[in-house]
Design a protein around this ligand. Structure first.
Ligand code: 3PG
Length: 402
């Protein structure tokens, strides 16, 4: 690894900015956090910093979405998990945040509010421009060390991810260290055929990564489910009505181009399960009508996909095929995860939802690597250098040269 870790620094008495990814699923009806896995993941690094003053920072959700909330709930959960008081500050870079940070003593843990409440944290920057943002200018001088432990956000180049580390010493936390080591190990032995199972709802991000996965030999077969599957079925004219999602025309035309360029790579569902007053009704995709709510893949699709998974050398699955939190619509997720777990392949399961599902179905032990990262991991597998990892490498070089 070309990056530094906590073991490379004397941490005692230091004021540390710990950038984590506590971006949790939020129940749109209640506004409550519905999965705490990413908060749990921060504990190991926070504990390793027990002799420092630890300023924890994370984003949550995207502007305009229902999951765009403050960090109060995260603070309470963190407090419970650590059994220790958390100083929660309803501020990111203003005078309140700055004065609370200055007051901290060794062993204190402070949680800043949602970083994306600052406009700058919603834009991509070059490292030098990120270092000149107001956020980094106002807070940077308060820290001795920046610990980046947010692998799920490693594909973003926001100020907190590439700005602070450009001006102060920086290293990876425990999550990033483990992910990078394990993935480097896996990718050197990964065997073909490479089967990629993609679901979930971040369609634009997925479309960006798919072409690179194919071109770089990381996806011989792509099995589509979820919203991305619907977009491809729309591009195939097997779904005949608009899906009503943001950026649909652009997404469908990109999917159309990919299908034309790589006709033998993509597999889309032949049947789906729709939600009719809470009941599961399976039907052929060609029989779908406008207004039908697709909540899962159907039995024939499960069988088809499972056969492909069984013959894979490497399987990567990201994003759930259905609303597995609802018993009636959990069959697709459970069955595909079982197929992945029982295959002889090297297996990587990605994203918060599937990580929770693996736990629920008792399959954790049978998977080669499990990561709460979604989009970042997909991009990592394409061989693309992630901005946050690049920044850690640059910071390591700077420290070693000194
Ligand atoms: C994720 O959940 O994939 C990360 O937290 C990044 O979130 P983003 O896609 O909103 O940048």
């Amino acid at each position: 690894m070309d990056i530094l870790t906590l073991a490379d620094f004397d941490l005692k008495g230091k004021t540390v900015l710990l950038r984590v990814d506590m971006n949790c699923p939020i129940d749109p009806k209640t506004g409550e956090i519905s999965g705490t896995k990413r908060i749990e993941e921060t504990i190991e690094t926070i504990n390793a910093l027990k002799d420092s003053k630890v300023v924890v920072a994370s984003h949550q959700g995207r502007v305009g979405n229902k999951d765009y909330i403050g960090m109060e709930q995260h603070a309470k959960i963190l407090e419970k998990l650590l059994g220790k008081k958390i100083i929660y500050v309803e501020d990111v870079m203003g005078s309140l945040a700055q004065s609370e940070i200055k007051k901290m003593k060794n062993g204190d843990i402070l949680l800043l509010d949602n970083l994306r409440f600052c406009a700058e944290e919603n834009y991509e920057f070059t490292p030098d421009d990120a270092a000149s943002t107001i956020m980094v200018k106002r807070l940077g001088h308060l820290f001795d060390l920046c610990v980046l432990d947010c692998f799920p956000s490693a594909h973003r180049s926001h100020p907190s991810l590439v700005g602070f580390a450009n001006i102060i010493p920086a290293c990876a936390g425990k999550v990033v260290e483990r992910e990078v080591r394990k993935l480097e190990e896996i990718l050197t032995v990964a065997k073909a055929p490479h089967v990629v199972v993609l679901g979930g709802s971040k369609v634009a991000d997925r479309l960006e990564a798919i072409k690179m996965l194919i071109k770089r030999g990381r996806a011989d077969q792509i099995l589509l489910t979820g919203l991305i599957g619907n977009v491809f079925m729309r591009a195939q004219a097997r779904i005949k009505y608009p899906l009503g999602i943001k950026g649909e025309d652009d997404a469908v035309s990109k999917a159309h181009a990919l299908l034309g360029e790589y006709p033998d790579v993509f597999n889309t569902p032949v049947d789906v399960a729709i939600n009719k007053d809470g009941q599961r009704t399976e039907l052929d995709v060609r029989l779908l009508n406008k207004g039908d709510q697709i909540y899962d893949i159907g039995q024939k699709t499960i069988e088809h996909y499972s056969r492909i998974i069984a013959s894979a050398g490497t399987v990567f699955i990201s994003g759930p095929p259905g609303f597995f939190e609802m018993e009636n619509f959990s069959i697709g997720t459970k069955s595909l995860l079982e197929s992945v777990a029982n295959s002889m392949a090297t297996t990587i399961v990605s994203g918060g939802h599937l990580t929770s599902a693996l736990k629920k179905y008792g399959l954790v032990e049978k998977i080669t690597h499990i990561s709460t990262a979604g989009g970042a991991l997909v991009l990592y597998l394409t061989g693309e250098k992630l901005p946050m990892i690049q920044m850690l490498e640059k910071a390591a070089m700077r420290t070693r040269v000194k």
